[in-house]
Design a protein around this ligand. Structure first.
Ligand code: GLC
Length: 482
């Protein structure tokens, strides 16, 4: 990178569309910082690291689900949408977090799980409500659950079958029922009123199911790899056009707040046009997470092609959002970079210099790799387990990495150099490099233009700034005008 002195930066939070160029830091709360030695990360722990996040320069943090949950899928099975799970703290802790984050100019986003609830949710426990608020059939179709097996489970009491696109403990809500829609509008308002800046929306493309519950057709090349593996697409078990109405309503709610609240969908689609449609005419989601990029091999042509395709299909009014890791997929330092720090730098430079917002997953900024979780310590419900990408954050070189003084819920990696403390002190470390990229991002205003380059090199400009990602020599160059 150029060694030009830093120009004063404009916070991305200024102005109406504060998410446009924002850096959103994704926190898997359970694995971030544990304040009470129970081995589980929590909100007071997280609060103690706000100074670090401000130093790093992030605009917002997105917290993995913190609502009350029996944790069969660690918060992605919600039993109470209005309370904080006691494992993470209380509503008062969240209020304090929001206030202290605001004082540091950091916004707080939560994770909303509207596709399904926990089977412990009062609606599913109620003999009447469960029959109208969830999806039922007498004749199960061919839909498959993402965690394996059929998506239908027989209910002893009625002999009917309820739908669960994930675990049997995660029954799918019936979004054709207006009562379900009304409740979620209340949930949104409840959290927005508390000062929550927006939501990441879990499986945003899946809420509405085919009304006739038709069989899914065979998977095609357009479908994601795991669907091809299972042999079936999700044409009818998700992706119904009526889902767009829901987001139009939600966007109306988000727009009624100042600053406008953010709706960032997990739109797990590989058909670029279908994906782009979730932005609507600037009246649905503001940001749609892009898995087309995440699942690309780390090769310049493969990455460039999908980035340019994304920018081409994105409506004029919408902004892109880029990420390379999350709690479901292997971390970028492992998956893309294969542990090579130079490749980590290439990936971070790409993510932070493309036009739009960037989501960094906790640890990306230090090049944290997937952890090793022995078979007997696996906690995840999915196979293969997603625990390696959920192992605790490394704050220092101590045995527990500064994550906990108790027994961590997942093992802590012991690499003495991949931790915040060591890297903060070291000029030119991945952490300091990331911080400098975040500052650079503030100065990148111009549009993306692809430039000619030799094989193995991806070169583009953002206005007057030139970015070169050299995958052959594993080097990055950024030149800014004098
Ligand atoms: C999303 C979440 C994942 C969860 C699933 C079911 O893909 O990111 O962690 O298991 O939805 O809610």
């Amino acid at each position: 990178m150029s060694s030009k002195p830093m120009a004063p930066s404009t916070p991305a939070t200024v102005g109406e569309r504060w998410w446009r160029n924002a850096v959103i830091y994704h926190i898997y709360v359970r694995s971030f910082v544990d304040s009470n030695a129970d081995g589980i990360g929590d909100l007071p722990g997280l609060r103690s690291r706000l100074g670090y996040l401000q130093w790093l320069g992030v605009d917002a943090i997105w917290l993995s689900p913190i609502m009350v949950s029996p944790n069969r899928d660690f918060g992605y099975d919600v039993a109470d949408y209005y309370q904080v799970d006691p494992a993470y703290g209380s509503l008062a802790d969240l209020d304090l977090l929001i206030a202290e984050a605001a004082a540091r100019n950091i916004k707080v986003l939560l994770d909303l799980v509207p596709n399904h609830t926990s089977d412990q949710h009062p609606w599913f426990r109620d003999p009447e409500l469960r029959l109208t608020r969830y999806v039922w059939t007498d004749r199960p179709n061919n839909w498959l659950a993402a965690f394996g097996g059929p998506a239908w489970t027989r209910d002893e009491a009625t002999g009917r079958y309820y739908l669960h696109n994930f675990l049997p403990g995660q029954p799918d809500l019936d979004w054709w029922n207006p009562a379900v829609r009304q409740e979620f509008e209340l949930i949104l308002q409840y959290w927005f009123d508390r000062g929550v800046a927006g939501f990441r929306i879990d499986v945003a493309h899946a809420l509405v199911k085919d009304r006739r519950l038709r069989d899914n057709p065979a998977a095609s090349e357009q479908d994601p790899p795991w669907q091809q593996l299972a042999g079936l697409s999700n044409r009818y078990s998700a992706r119904q056009p009526e889902v767009h109405e829901i987001y139009r309503h939600w966007r109306g709610i988000a727009k009624a707040y100042a600053p406008e609240r953010l709706l960032m969908g997990e739109v797990h689609l590989f058909d670029a046009e279908e994906w782009a449609a979730y932005h609507g005419q600037d009246d649905e989601l503001q940001l749609a997470l892009n898995f087309m990029l995440v699942f690309r091999p780390f090769e310049p042509d493969a990455l460039r092609t999908i980035v340019e395709r994304t920018l081409a299909v994105l409506p004029e009014s919408a902004d892109a959002v880029w990420h390379g890791s999350n709690h479901d997929v292997s971390r970028l330092a492992t998956r893309w970079a294969e542990g090579d720090e130079r490749r980590v730098r290439l990936a971070l430079t790409m993510l932070l210099t493309l036009p739009g917002a960037t989501v960094l997953y906790q640890g990306d900024e230090i090049g944290l790799r997937d952890g090793h979780v022995p078979h007997e310590s696996v906690r995840d419900c999915a196979t293969p387990s997603r625990d390696p990408q959920r192992t605790p954050m490394r704050w220092n070189a101590e045995a527990m990495g500064g994550f906990t003084s108790g027994e961590p819920w997942l093992p802590v990696e012991r690499d003495p150099l991949i931790n915040v403390e060591a890297q903060r002190k070291k000029p030119g470390s991945v952490l300091n490099f990331t911080r400098e990229l975040i500052r650079l991002k503030r100065r990148l205003q111009g549009r993306y233009d692809s430039l000619g380059a030799p094989a193995g090199v991806w070169r583009y400009s953002r206005g007057e700034v030139l970015v070169e990602l050299d995958f052959g020599r594993l080097e990055t160059r950024v030149s800014e005008p004098e």
